[in-house]
Design a protein around this ligand. Sequence first.
Ligand code: PPY
Length: 356
Amino acid sequence: MDIESLLREWDGEDVFLHHDALTGAFIIVAIHSTRRGPAAGGTRMKTYPDLTSAVQDALRLAGGMTFKFAAADFAMGGGKAVIALPPSFDTRERTGLLKRYGALIKQLGGLYYTGPDVGTSSADMDIIAETGAPYVFARTPLAGGAGDSGPITGLGVYHALRATCEELDGNPSLAGRHVLIQGIGSVGWTLAGLLKDAGAEVSFSDIRPEAAEQGKSIGLRWVPAEELYSTRCDIFAPCALGGILNAQTIPQLNCRAVAGAANNQLATPGDADRLLARSILYAPDYICNLGGAMGITGIEALGWTREQAEARVAAAVTQTLREVFALSRAQGISTDRAARRIVERRMEKGRDVQGA
Ligand code: PPY
């Protein structure tokens, strides 16, 4: 796929492309939908094989944000930014690049609000906000923000696992269930802790060598990467990068359900049907992981306390997943398709509310 076809086929509103001549980085800001409110979504910063894959990632992630906010029934639209670093990026250039990126956000004048994603942190949000304020979520508490979005995202994913267990056999408890987590970064780590506390058996895999020791130190069982997909477990929880549910991996899966934090887990929409055909229950990713975006924006933009945010995230994830599972069961359609129908209904409602 080339950039021209990607843009022509995209169902979003706007894409901004900026070349940062000082570093050679490309910045892509994708505004998927402002129908329900200003477009919000994190900034992903990493190197990509080429500009086309960076644009493709930005477009797909932005669409996911629209779904996430609509699923949460939240008055916010979907957007996402990608900072595609050159292969030879000098990390001493990072702060300058983030400040110039902030200036770009400022220029957009509130069309797009950013936050953290893979490759960026709350400390980075502080730097971006030096020029990009006030359109930056999840700054550090010292700078007046709500801090890391990982823990509240992880809490939402935990409730997604409970709703998934409930759908499997009527019992939401995680006690005695075997969960396999792919990636124990900020979100996976929170999830692992909550699962252990609930009495689950937790295994994990992570491509970072230091993570193996970290996980084992709290009693998680290490699974080597080559055994990851075929390991027998109750729930497989992808909490790393996207595209991992595909024609190669789905036939290997040895689990009853998939529910995790990673964005864009399905490589293609058809992979949802592949899971359905194998009777593996799939909890759509953008519902499982809506806690970060909903919780942080709720605290910062709507003045929720952390306790209120946690309660609302738990309720939004649980209720939406229950609706999705019920529709999927009633109509014999994949959970992905069911979730899209439900979200589209909420999008229509958003249009009425705002009189657009
Ligand atoms: C996501 O959920 O994928 C995000 O982009 C995280 C986010 C978005 C907006 C504010 C805070 C966190």
